[in-house]
Design a protein around this ligand. Structure first.
Ligand SMILES: [Fe+2]
Ligand SMILES: [Fe+2]
Length: 449
């Protein structure tokens, strides 16, 4: 270090301010450099370089009267630096002074001037060392990202791949993950699942690294959960198939499948809804979800209560919406639900009449279907009181199934004697609720979550 600092500057000969032209010229000739320092007074220094010397010489007789102190160019404080400062500081000073000379000073005075060649050499060496370090770090990063058990790739905002590991490489090659795909995913704001030829499934996620203007793309192996989901879907299909076989005739299946359900967003201020999704086979799914809730309640012993009849509930469930007619809407439509949707009690009456005529249902099932859109205090006086527990449970599962079918709600249902405790959660917090119902007394308490 000491040596390299010593190499940064060249010694300068010093002359007194009284030195004449000849003495200065001789001193300069005796030295290896092109400059002499003139010590003018304590801590005040000037310098004479060859240019000044030449000017002095050309002055002729007039010049003979002058001394070194008269012609020396003053070395200002800002022209000086200690020799041991960082190279960055030296460069900064040179830039600020718009060039050299820059003098090396210590407490004893000016001892030399910084050498341009040495500084250049030092800068090149330091750059080389930094470059070496950077390459080492880059190599290390490459080794590390190749070892991680997920795919990782760094894209520039122009879509150039700056860094990637082997897993990412394979996924990118097989699925052509380019900037267009990344942008589409960012717009959809939804992770994408990519499948490799070997059957592995990866979830692709993107992360904008704003500080460096790059895009980080990660690929996580989700094969296990993906296959589980597929199995779940298959078992769902099996349930649907089993249910279809149970139906009294194929027309009923067609009828239920032809009734769509809509997903919507409600605007509190206008009372309007915006259609955000269309669920094909919506009513068919709704009925299946109700049947599952009946099965759950059956497992928990609800059907052992006097007044509860599993077979009646199953039949009522299958038939309760067969008379439903939905308007034809498309995604993005904004409509007044009170105007476009038929009032619920109308399809309830229609379904009850159709079921009675076509499927010869008994009176209890007829009542359950007919009044499934009536609230309790609007029931007609001839509604049989003994049907109330089933009616309450039926309306409860009709509503819960709507949440499952239309909002993908998660429903947990716990039954204790005549009480039913429900928790509903979905991605639509407005509908998240906790509910308690007594099917015998009609007690109902619901709280928003
Ligand atoms: Fe209905
Ligand atoms: Fe329904």
């Amino acid at each position: 270090m000491e040596d390299s600092i010593r190499e940064r500057y060249v010694d300068l000969p010093v002359v007194s301010p009284d030195a004449n032209l000849k003495e200065v010229a001789q001193t300069l000739l005796d030295s290896e450099g092109t400059m002499v320092v003139v010590s003018k007074s304590e801590n005040v220094y000037g310098y004479i370089d060859t240019k000044v010397l030449l000017k002095w010489f050309l002055m002729g007789e007039e010049g003979a009267k002058l001394k070194a102190g008269d012609l020396a160019i003053l070395i200002r404080d800002e022209d000086r630096l200690e020799s041991s400062v960082d190279i960055e500081n030296i460069v900064e000073k040179v830039v600020k002074n718009k060039g050299l000379p820059l003098f090396v000073s210590d407490e004893k005075g000016v001892k030399g001037r910084f050498s341009l060649e040495s500084l250049m050499d030092e800068i090149i060496r330091s750059y080389g060392e930094e470059k070496g370090k950077r390459l080492n770090v880059e190599h290390l990063i490459k080794v590390v990202i190749d070892m991680v058990p997920f795919g990782i790739a760094l894209y520039s905002v122009n879509g150039k791949i700056l860094q990637k590991n082997k897993i990412a490489q394979q996924i990118i090659d097989e699925n052509l993950v380019d900037l267009a795909k990344i942008k589409k995913m960012a717009k959809d704001n939804h992770p994408k699942v990519l499948t490799l030829n070997n059957g592995t499934h990866y979830r692709m996620c993107i992360n904008n690294l704003q500080e460096v203007d790059n895009i980080l793309v990660t690929f996580t192996d989700i094969t296990t959960e993906y296959e589980m989901l597929q199995k779940l879907r298959n078992s769902q299909k099996e349930v649907e198939t089993a249910f279809s076989i149970m139906l009294p005739d194929q027309r009923l299946e067609q009828r239920l499948k032809s009734i769509v359900e809509y997903m919507d967003e409600y605007d509190d201020n206008t009372g309007m809804i915006k259609i955000t999704g269309i669920i094909k086979n919506g009513c068919f799914k709704h009925v299946i979800n109700m049947l599952k809730l009946i099965a759950d309640a059956f497992k928990q012993g609800l059907m052992e209560l006097p007044g509860m009849d599993k077979n009646a509930l199953v039949q009522a469930t299958i038939l309760h919406d067969i008379g439903k007619v939905q308007p034809s809407l498309k995604i993005g439509d904004i409509v007044n639900p009170k105007e476009v949707f038929e009032k619920g009690y109308l399809h309830a009456f229609r379904s009850a009449d159709l079921s009675k005529e076509l499927y010869n249902i008994d009176t209890n099932i007829y009542y359950l279907i007919k009044y499934h859109h009536h609230i309790e205090n609007e029931l007609p006086s001839d509604f049989p009181k003994f049907l109330l527990p089933m009616y309450r449970f039926f309306r409860l599962i009709d509503g819960l199934s709507a949440g499952i079918t239309r909002r993908g709600s998660n429903i947990s249902m716990r039954i204790r004697d005549t009480r039913i405790f429900v928790k509903e959660e979905s991605n639509f917090p407005l509908y998240n609720q906790k509910l308690e119902m007594d099917v015998y007394t009609g007690f109902l308490d619901s709280k928003k979550l």
